[in-house]
Design a protein around this ligand. Structure first.
Ligand SMILES: Cc1cc2nc3c(=O)[nH]c(=O)nc-3n(C[C@H](O)[C@H](O)[C@H](O)COP(=O)(O)OP(=O)(O)OC[C@H]3O[C@@H](n4cnc5c(N)ncnc54)[C@H](O)[C@@H]3O)c2cc1C
Length: 388
């Protein structure tokens, strides 16, 4: 058994670490000041264009996209280090295209969809969203009621979606709908490609979320979709959707490692400097335990993330590992960041340090892509099987 990260993947991780240090970290104080002033968490358009240019020149676009459309076709295991490094700063930046929707598209597109949707997406020319959650069905997407009915060659979709990230700006949304009410998750849910501004795809409101994110509520009213925009085959949208969720869950585990590592690095730097009651904080047992526990849990989580990604790359069934890692990683990082905030005292309560933004990000990560309790329930249900 070889636990060494492959040389080319380590070099990629180092490259992204330098990119983060040179391009994103210098903007962080300004990003935090803007957020504290009520302008939201973001970077200027000019900065984004400049950073996009640099990341493209460095070959960091389309890392896991197919080679024949300009990607590097890297496995999941290569992206752990990339996402870990990107998460070390709260300067918001995503290397185009966002992997989870990419993986779902790669698994499903036909030739026409590939040209119209996948290729512009890989080139960074199109933004996408995914609409699964509904007012009555979130953690349990099989309970969705949005339905698509055939009308000649077209489909007509009706229903309601909520908590959808990027829905107002996305060039296209992958929308999940019931196409067979009897079969539901077992062959009755399909995925559709909905273009921005499609008649009947009505964005009702923007919902400000904890941590500065925004999601949207959408009413889908007699939204007519041409037959060729059915993604994959009819009734078989659930499996690629799970692949998409799985890709995001591994990514979230890597983000969690990155955020926790940054918080740990800050603790290690600050604890010896701050003297209380005649001794540096680094001499206190309580603080040493936070540091030791953080280092241990980060190490364990990183190994779990690599293990899960490697197994996924081998085509193995990782549903159990995926639920374990998503719940464990996010909760681990939430605790480490909370300890770091505590260590910094009042300074940890300011909006000048990145810690509070990380805490807010992790707070919502405990909910999206499946709440912690749902993942633990999945693990327990799998292990207990019929013994319950
Ligand atoms: C910032 C953010 C962005 C999002 N973006 C998107 C998006 O782009 N597209 C999209 O489709 N959705 C998106 N979502 C929705 C997200 O996926 C759902 O909120 C999530 O799946 C939980 O669903 P719910 O809110 O309906 O909670 P529910 O399913 O109602 O669960 C509520 C709580 O009940 C408990 N619970 C539920 N089931 C169980 C169980 N079996 N065992 C034990 N406890 C349980 C958990 O504590 C859970 O937190 C986003 C959410 C957030 C917060």
């Amino acid at each position: 058994m070889d636990f060494e990260i492959a040389e080319e993947h380590r070099m990629l991780k180092d490259l992204v670490a330098r990119f983060v240090a040179d391009q994103l970290m210098p903007l962080e104080a300004g990003v935090l000041a803007g957020e504290a002033a009520g302008k939201g968490l973001g970077i200027d358009e000019a900065d984004r264009i400049r950073i996009d240019k640099v990341s493209k020149e460095l070959g960091l676009w389309g890392l896991d996209a197919p080679e024949d459309i300009g990607g590097a076709d890297l496995p999941n295991v290569a992206l752990i280090g990339v996402n870990e490094e990107l998460a070390k700063t709260v300067t918001p930046y995503t290397l185009p295209p966002d992997s989870p929707n990419l993986r779902m598209l790669m698994a499903t597109v036909n030739e026409r969809q590939r040209v119209a949707y996948l290729e512009p997406y890989v080139r960074g020319e199109a933004v996408s969203a995914i609409a699964i959650s509904e007012p009555g069905a979130g953690g349990d997407p099989a309970g969705m009621t949005t339905h698509a009915d055939r009308d000649g060659d077209d489909w007509v979709i009706n229903g309601r979606k909520i908590w959808i990230s990027r829905a107002a700006d996305a060039d296209f949304t992958i929308l999940m709908a019931i196409t067979d009410k009897e079969k539901r998750a077992r062959g009755g849910i399909s995925a559709f490609l909905i273009d921005k501004g499609a008649p009947g795809f009505n964005v009702l409101r923007a919902i400000p979320m904890v941590g500065g994110a925004v999601t949207y509520e959408i009413a889908i009213e007699d939204c007519r979709v041409e037959g060729w925009k059915l993604l994959g085959t009819e009734g078989n949208g659930f499996a690629p959707m799970q692949l998409r969720l799985g890709t995001r869950r591994i990514q979230m585990a890597a983000w969690s490692v990155g955020m926790a590592q940054r918080a740990l690095d800050m603790m290690v730097e600050y604890a010896p400097q701050r003297v209380t009651f005649g001794q540096p904080l680094s001499e206190r047992g309580a603080i040493q335990w936070w540091i030791a526990d953080a280092a241990t849990k980060i190490h364990a989580t990183r190994l779990m993330a690599y293990d899960c990604a490697w197994k996924l790359d081998q085509g193995r069934d990782v549903r159990l590992e995926m639920s374990m890692i998503k719940a464990f990683a996010v909760e681990m990082a939430y605790e480490v960041v909370d300890h770091a905030m505590q260590l910094f005292g009042a300074m940890g309560m300011t909006r000048e340090l990145p810690l509070q933004q990380m805490a807010a990000k992790l707070r919502v990560m405990r909910i999206y892509e499946g709440p912690t309790e749902v993942h633990k329930w999945v693990v327990a249900r799998t292990l207990l099987g019929g013994r319950r």
